[in-house]
Design a protein around this ligand. Structure first.
Ligand code: NDP
Length: 289
């Protein structure tokens, strides 16, 4: 069997076209959605992510603001910027690119963002609302994976979803979103004994561990849908996932590639969250360009 390729580039593009149309409607009403990104220091990976986010938001017709701060910035100075953006009606989404330098408390900074502008979905208020099933901003990567599953017609209800990885930004919210859609969910992590015994039971296998090609065909139940979140570099410096694509695709019924699977969906969902925020602000008459 050779699994169907789940094309995150094509699905992301389709959703971004829909977003662009809705942005146009808001702009016509005088409410241009605005996304502000705070980048601290000079981490080259962070800079690339931020550039891509800015480029995509501008392509969608949004206002994009980049606040670059040196890695010597104090926590108080960073919080001041967050407060300024919280009070700026032309900004609907605020994102602080992680990781932050060690002298800054990331949790404190995340909690300082107005939950109504927390388009990364990391604020405890949004995480709490997500868990009890209330409308909230959803963490972009798991939200993007749900869209991939929906748009490829993958049945979730009643299926066994196994999540490998339990981080706050991917694994944990991923399981919750699948549970809400009536999957039976199993979480695995670095202390799981006999990992393969669990992964082999998965109808939907989601791998987010940050370990190059860790999961291979022999860990996968024939016919499973496999979502590879990992973004790693192999021994030749080539981008690759947590799943060994070559062996996994022979067993899976559908599988995401790396690159071109989950990655493009994460940015797309950031734009979607920003759009939602701007639509809400516009409906409440709180928008200025
Ligand atoms: P974290 O490092 O925060 O978490 C990794 C998780 O994997 C932990 O829960 C850890 O378990 C678990 N884990 C690590 N090693 C093993 C193992 N050998 N067996 C089982 N579980 C293991 O990572 P993130 O969730 O932030 O990211 C995971 C991967 O996804 C990374 O490659 C990252 O780059 C990528 N990523 C990609 C995104 C995209 O848009 N495509 C977005 C976000 C992340 P424990 O809790 O026990 O330590």
């Amino acid at each position: 069997m050779t699994g169907q390729l789940i094309d995150g580039i094509a699905i992301g593009k389709e959703i971004r076209e829909e977003i662009k149309e809705r942005v146009g409607v808001l702009v016509d009403k005088g409410c241009k959605p605005g996304l502000a990104v705070i980048l601290v220091g000079d981490n080259s990976a962070s800079r690339t992510y931020v550039k891509n986010k800015q480029k995509s938001s501008v392509e969608a017709g949004m206002k994009s603001e980049l606040i670059e701060l040196p890695d010597t910035v104090t926590e108080a100075e960073l919080l001041e910027q967050v407060t300024r953006l919280n009070n700026d009606d032309s900004i609907h989404g605020i994102l602080v690119q992680l990781p932050l330098p060690k002298h800054i408390d990331e949790n404190l900074v995340i909690r300082a963002i107005n939950p109504a502008k927390d388009v990364d979905g990391f604020h405890p208020e949004n995480v709490g609302k997500m868990i009890i099933g209330q409308r909230s901003f959803l963490s972009c990567t798991p939200y993007g994976i749900i869209k991939l599953l929906e748009r490829t017609g993958t049945e979730i209800k009643g299926k066994h979803a196994v999540i490998v990885g339990r981080s706050n930004i991917v694994g944990k919210p991923m399981g919750q979103l699948l549970l809400q859609r009536d999957a039976t969910v199993t979480y695995c992590h670095s202390k799981t004994e006999d990992l393969a015994a669990f992964t082999k039971q998965a109808d939907i296998l989601i791998v987010a561990i940050g370990q190059t090609k860790f999961i291979s065909g022999e860990h996968i139940k024939p016919g499973a849908v496999v979502i590879d979140v990992g973004m790693n570099r192999d021994e030749n410096g080539k981008l690759c996932g947590d799943v060994d694509f070559a062996s996994a695709k022979e067993v899976a019924s559908a599988i995401t590639p790396v690159p071109g699977g989950v990655g493009p969906m994460t940015i797309t969902m950031l734009l979607k969250n920003t759009l939602h925020s701007a639509e809400t602000a516009c409906a409440e008459g709180k928008c200025s360009q």
